[in-house]
Design a protein around this ligand. Sequence first.
Ligand code: RBV
Length: 425
Amino acid sequence: MENMVTTGDNYKVADLGRAEAGRLRIEWAESRMPVLMHLGKKYSDQKPLKDQRIAGCLHVTKETAVLIKTLITAGAEVSWSGCNPLSTNDEVAAALAADGISIYAWHGMNVEEFYWCIEKTLEFKPTLTLDDGADLIATIHQKHPEMAKNLLGGTEETTTGVHRLRALAGEGKLLYPVIAVNDAETKWDFDNVYGTGQSSIDGILRATSILFAGKNFVVAGYGHCGRGCAMRAAGLGANVIVTEVKPTAALKAALDGYRVMPMDEAAEIGDIFITATGCKDVIVQRHMEKMKDGAVLCNTGHYDCEVNIKDLEKIKVSKKTIRPNNVEFTLKNGRKIFLLAEGRLVNLAAAEGHPSEVMDMSFANQFLSLIHCAREGKDLNNEVYDIPEEQDQEVGAIKLSAMNMSIDKLTEEQEKYINSWEFGT
Ligand code: RBV
């Protein structure tokens, strides 16, 4: 199935015949994404994205399909590619292609095909870009800098992409304005924590079906994603161990009740390892050689460089696929190690990514940020911009009301108190 593809004038997907199943998935996601649906309705008459051509490079999931459809409702034309070779849901991609949407994505593509897809989306000369991981915008900067003059702005979905863009802007080389969607409170404080926590455990369970209770669960990196994974694994009864390089992050893990130690020590006692650092070479040969028989290795960071797979290949005597997304490596020392999802994002490759409810807020921020770029892009500088506080509160308020919750309101007196310096002891 993986290498079968159907090509049309404006798409390349695995199998158009799976469109109906994809439509049902998208329908399900729509029923869980009230904020985005609300915004879609709100802007459907106004069409603030009219005349905008958006090139998107973001996991082709049922939630992304809802975002794409909302962008189109607001007047945009889109051309899309996936942002990871293993994260495309082929049913969803088929449904989008069958609806006439330009999409280049199939599960299991290689790296060359990955960049081919990005190039295809650039052929329609975008006025806005949307990234998850910054591969699209990096391609524009490296290969097509002349396109920047037509680009009003771009958005970036994830921590790793924002890091790359800040590095690019830091060198003074960013060619058009970008909004760091990841840094919105209604994104990182929910998607990165609760989304990653649940979907990563979901991926591990689908690939292994192992019991978490009583296992030593090693989380490398105690940022927002690592914290979510730790919290959910602890909830299932695992003993969580955290490895870190940043003193304050390590302290937070310790005060949240987890053991903290270097990877060299954790390697000897871990049953399940997950990397969530955004950095390379977090688990390398010397760690793998110390691991217990049966250890499970996976990653939930954006790129597949956190577990050094070349090292694992080097020390193996044989390997075999045990079940989807689960490969058994027999090492020279006789022990077996199981690598999930080829070291790529386990939550998207082995499960379905974050749940719709949480993507609702992330993608509402994407939607509003692209409208902002369309309206104001000409007057923005070539910088990485944060999302305004009002947008965060707007998204939060719509979500709360969709969840049938209401909150208190400050009285005038309280408002005065909270904004003054005069009242003390
Ligand atoms: N992510 N998207 C999904 N279901 O569409 N799941 C996760 C989905 C995004 C998430 O916002 C994170 O920042 C990024 O994937 C990492 O590549």
